[in-house]
Design a protein around this ligand. Structure first.
Ligand SMILES: N[C@@H](CS(=O)O)C(=O)O
Ligand SMILES: [Fe+2]
Length: 281
């Protein structure tokens, strides 16, 4: 796969006149279109995210709200170039302090209000991975046994429609939905995608590496399975003695047409497997 180079152009002129996007699908398509290129302007991405006017009816179908923790629902795997996901924050929940391994992270609040607290990297942690390369091995980087509390760099309250951006060179963060009763929802775009990150202890600055996955959305609707069969099997009018179409790629040797048959799948286990497969693609 070719590497994606992401340009950061602070003088970007894009979006000065960005018209607002009223449809979530249009946003998804525009993001896909942008990523057709191998050089993507982050500012352009931010502006795209900014330009979408959140309407819960658009994205409610992705919602998967847990009772006690935030959930991550994959919307678009971006052909390996990015992950676009809906994060569902129950009342009074938050993430641990974490990094975004070499990824650009653009976040848009779709509903509710979230607070973002930014932290400086604890001494040596950033350098460790970026100079020595490689995660894993020894997660204890406080060689002299000294422990240091983490330093808050910044605190932002993000309202519905607001967009925030972070990457490892900016620092670490923790996102929270402080509301005691209302859930919050945010749209996150990560490029390139990552499936692990580091979480940090606020008091000691020590970290551990964890895997981050997706929460498959429960499917309410009946899904279809696709089966392939030939029309000859259930079409008595088919004349199997006529061979004049045998060069056609969709004709089998008996001259009947291959058709796709959609079949309802009533087995909930299959449905779950299908969904699992989809969210990991
Ligand atoms: N980066 C976090 C969400 S957030 O707190 O920014 C994640 O991908 O799960
Ligand atoms: Fe994050």
């Amino acid at each position: 796969m070719s590497p994606i180079s992401i340009a950061q152009n602070n003088d970007a002129i894009y979006g000065q006149q960005t018209k607002s996007l009223k449809s979530f699908d249009e946003l998804l398509q525009k993001i896909q279109k942008l990523f057709e290129s191998n050089e993507i302007d982050v500012d352009q991405l931010k502006q795209l995210m900014q330009s979408y006017e959140s309407n819960p009816a658009d994205w409610i179908k992705y919602v998967n709200l847990s009772k006690e923790r935030y959930t991550r629902v994959l919307i678009d795997g971006g052909n390996g170039k990015y992950n676009l996901m809906l994060l569902c924050w129950p009342a009074n929940t938050g993430s641990s302090i974490h990094d975004h391994p070499d990824s650009h992270c653009i976040l848009k609040v779709l509903a509710g209000t979230v607070s973002e607290v930014r932290y400086c990297w604890p001494k040596d942690s950033y350098k460790d991975d970026h100079c020595d390369g490689g995660i894993g091995g020894n997660d204890d980087h406080h060689k002299n046994g000294e422990e240091e509390g983490m330093i808050i760099a910044d605190e932002n309250r993000l309202q519905t429609q607001n967009v925030a951006y972070i990457n490892d060179s900016i620092g670490l963060h923790r996102v929270m939905n402080p509301d005691p009763t209302m859930p919050a929802f945010s749209l996150h775009l990560y490029s390139p995608p990552f499936d692990y990150c580091r979480i940090f202890d606020e008091k000691t600055g020590k970290y551990q590496t964890i895997n981050v996955g997706f929460d498959p959305k429960e499917i309410e609707a009946v899904k279809y399975r696709v089966k392939r069969r030939t029309a000859a099997a259930n079409n008595s009018n088919c004349d199997i003695n006529h061979h004049h179409h045998h060069n056609h790629p969709h004709q089998n040797s008996f001259g009947s047409k291959d058709v796709l048959v959609f079949e309802m799948d009533h087995n909930p286990k299959h449905r779950q497997q299908q969904q699992d497969g989809k969210t990991r693609s």
